[in-house]
Design a protein around this ligand. Structure first.
Ligand code: HEM
Length: 335
């Protein structure tokens, strides 16, 4: 599994851009825009891109770990439920690369193991041993159990909590090392509506927030997809990270430098702990490959045309769109 190429998702094949829940039930609903549409069951996707994710996460962690992670009134019950689920599921889905015995989490590729205390979130003992990718994490010191688990997973992690008394929700923990032009620190402690307020056209979605939060905590697990275009395939677009070409003033559309960025997101609820785990796994595909077939190029052009001007701006496409659409129309992806 670990050395397979990453899965290829093309959520734009619907020919429409929507700001909507778009939840698929993990384990029973087919994902229609996979190469071969199928039901998915996994939370964590370990594939040939694994070393790239670890390297990027280590870069962020080394630069400024406090810009990417934090906790806000995370209850011990939710911490314990989520950390136990993450450790168990990551190990189970790692094809034998990682193991978890309820105490020690071991990664045979990264060459480290840690004793974790899931209720209070501590890393109690860190051991290092020779392994193929050990040099990637040789200098990294995980600061707590969520940090350690997050550094072992390609996915970014966030915990949503709900107050049983008031039914208000808030983002209780975040470990997001590959953000797409947003700052994890601005989201921590905020509710669903505040987190999504900057999203152009999020009004109708936000109006359903209490129902969505309830579904996510009590009726999952779910998977959903977000997509956009980037001028580059860098994973970490934290606003405070050193800038690159993506969304830079001088950057123009270039089909050889453009990437489709798809985020596969899963939601797993812990009803007894009044919360849920939200995972985000970015995929970056060279645009030429993402729209290699004429019908794919047509669908992407149609989806881009369905965006409002505010959405085009929000997605960072204002300077790129005319040339991007011309390229898609002209060559149906081959131009
Ligand atoms: C049922 C659960 C959720 C749904 C249906 C949902 C839906 C969406 C949608 C439709 C967008 C716009 C995507 C686009 O750019 O086209 C979005 C953006 C975003 N979502 Fe969610 N989301 C959910 C849960 C969460 C959670 C738990 C977090 C916590 C980290 C989160 C963080 C974000 C962020 C940070 C953005 C970008 C906002 C920005 O640019 O500042 N979402 N979400």
């Amino acid at each position: 599994m670990l050395f397979q190429p990453p899965a290829c998702y093309r959520p734009f094949l619907s020919g429409r851009y929507t700001v909507s829940a778009g939840l698929y039930r993990l384990g029973s609903q087919r994902i229609p825009w996979l190469e071969v549409p199928q039901v998915e069951t996994h939370t964590f996707a370990l594939d040939g891109d694994y070393p790239r994710f670890v390297a990027s996460k280590v870069g962020a962690h080394t630069r400024a770990p406090y810009e990417y992670m934090g906790e806000a009134a995370l209850t011990p019950d939710l911490r314990e439920a989520a950390l136990t689920f993450i450790a168990r599921t990551l190990a189970a889905e790692s094809g034998g690369v990682m193991t978890w015995d309820g105490r020690t989490f071991r990664n045979l590729l990264l060459g480290w193991a840690a004793d974790l205390e899931p209720r209070w979130g501590s890393v109690e003992r860190l051991e290092r041993f020779p392994a193929p990718l050990a040099s990637l994490v040789a200098e990294v010191l995980p600061v707590h159990a969520l940090d350690f688990l997050g550094l072992n997973a390609p996915e970014d992690l966030a915990l949503v909590a709900r107050d049983a008394r008031t039914a208000r929700d808030w983002l209780a923990a975040i470990h997001v090392l590959s953000p797409q032009h947003w700052d994890p620190r601005e989201k921590l402690g905020r509710d669903f509506v505040a987190v999504h307020a900057p999203v152009a056209g999020s009004g109708p979605l936000n109006a359903t927030a209490p129902r969505l939060i309830d579904a996510v905590i009590s009726r999952g697990p779910f998977v959903r997809f977000a997509w956009g275009l980037s001028m580059g395939d860098r994973l970490d677009h934290h606003p405070a990270a050193p800038p690159d070409a993506d969304r830079a003033e001088a950057t123009r559309f270039d089909p050889d430098r453009a990437f489709l960025r798809v985020e596969r997101q899963t939601l797993t609820g812990f009803p007894d702990a009044q919360g849920a785990l939200f995972t985000i796994r970015p995929y970056t595909y060279a645009l030429r490959e993402a729209v290699a077939l004429p019908e794919q190029a047509h669908a992407l052009a149609a989806a881009l045309r369905s965006m409002t001007p505010e959405q085009v701006t929000y997605k960072g496409l204002a300077r790129l769109l005319p040339e991007l659409l011309a390229w898609l129309d002209e060559g149906s992806g081959k131009g």
